[in-house]
Ligand binder design. Structure first.
Ligand code: NAD
Length: 342
């Protein structure tokens, strides 16, 4: 039997997760909850999605715009096994009692506090911890990027410490009112940034310190990461490890001519829906090994990197797949994640 899934919050993350869920042969997308009437609502209906609204008071707005409403969030909760909450940070926590009352399992996003769920989640790091649980929180885009690289390397050699500088995109492309537009902002000014704490919600006790700055771009984040390993590995060892890890693209700048996020996104425009890159992109030529320190640059497409983890999180909490790598393989092949941009 297929896992019946609803998505509450149909914005940047919600619409992508809904699309990804609909692609899975072991899941059924029952419906999506849309709060406001806008282009995404018309598109969802045109694509054949069943639209629900948060409460009875929202029905009128949609119907007067000619949009068919299938019911309220509560109606949807009565029909699903899992609700993916992709509402703005903090709203999921407010919905939690309702989800619990309906006895549905919950997948939250990284904008929620860790306490919202039984476990924070990353497919490569701790899939098994979530199996059979009631709720998980898929950590944020930057944390997902950091965890992918840490857990890829950790499966071969112990990682003693992590130091990272996160160069954050200022806003998503649609967020026209956010800044900075002409500054490189310490974000936050007081170190460390919260990302280190967030990494530790998945890898407890890891020695990790992060700094973050926000820069005037919307395309992607860029990280400089230093991992101290328990023993020295060659650059070739590192390349082989990353090359054999799912959801990581190793990008050779010399061969592709791509030296930053603009080139990356331009390449994705030609081959990927919405120019999404749910893989972590490691710039191969930036990989350096100095004794036990591994250093590299990596890019994170903030709008899509958490999407495959949401799909895996649904499999983990429902227990329909207990092998992380089988779930990852299923998700990635259904979404056409080729780990290449051609
Ligand atoms: P968004 O603003 O693009 O989408 C949120 C959607 O929820 C909007 O469509 C909004 O209308 C709707 N909404 C607002 N209040 C609602 C309510 N009470 N009931 C139902 N729907 C409601 O936000 P987003 O970027 O998709 O972020 C969602 C979550 O994902 C946040 O926790 C965020 O931190 C996390 N996240 C965002 C990104 C990113 O880069 N955008 C990356 C990773 C994780």
């Amino acid at each position: 039997m297929k896992v019946r899934v609803g998505v509450n919050g149909y914005g940047t993350i919600g619409k992508r997760v809904a699309f990804a869920v609909a692609k899975q042969d072991d899941m059924e997308l029952v419906g999506v909850v849309k709060k406001s009437v806008d282009i995404a609502a018309f598109q969802a209906v045109a694509q054949g999605l069943r639209l629900y609204v948060p409460g009875d008071e929202d029905v009128k707005n949609f119907e007067s715009a000619g949009l068919k409403v299938n019911g309220t969030l509560q109606d949807l909760l009565g029909k699903v096994d899992v609700i993916v909450d992709a509402t703005p940070g903090g709203v999921g926590q407010q919905y939690k009692p309702l989800y619990e009352r309906f006895g549905v399992k919950q997948v939250y996003q990284g904008g929620e506090k860790p306490e919202v769920a039984e476990a924070s989640f990353n497919s490569l790091c701790n899939y098994k911890e979530a199996i059979g649980g009631r709720s998980v929180r898929v950590v944020s885009c930057n944390t997902t990027g950091l965890l992918r690289i840490i857990c890829a390397i950790r499966s071969y050699v112990n990682v003693e410490s992590v130091r990272a500088l996160i160069v954050r995109r200022a806003a998503d492309p649609k967020e026209v009112k956010r800044g900075p537009i002409n500054s490189i902002e310490l974000d936050p000014p007081k170190a460390p940034s919260h990302h280190a704490r967030d990494v530790k919600t998945v890898i407890k006790g890891l020695n990790v310190i992060t700094y973050a700055v926000a820069v005037p771009t919307t395309l992607a984040h860029l990280h400089h990461v230093t991992l101290r390993l328990s023993k020295s590995l060659s650059k070739q060892d590192i390349i082989s490890i990353l090359d054999s890890t799912p959801r990581i693209i190793l990008l050779n700048s010399e061969r592709t001519g791509i030296t930053g996020t603009a080139g990356l996104i331009e390449a994705a425009r030609d081959v990927r829906l919405r120019y999404d890159i749910p893989e972590l992109v490691v710039f191969e030529d930036s990989v350096l090994v100095d004794d036990r320190d591994l250093m590299l640059f990596q890019a994170v497409h903030q709008e899509s990197i958490v999407v495959p983890e949401n799909v895996d999180a649904i499999r983990a909490i429902t227990g329909v797949e207990v092998d992380p790598f089988k779930s990852i393989e299923k998700t990635d092949s259904s979404l056409g994640l080729t780990r290449k941009l051609w």
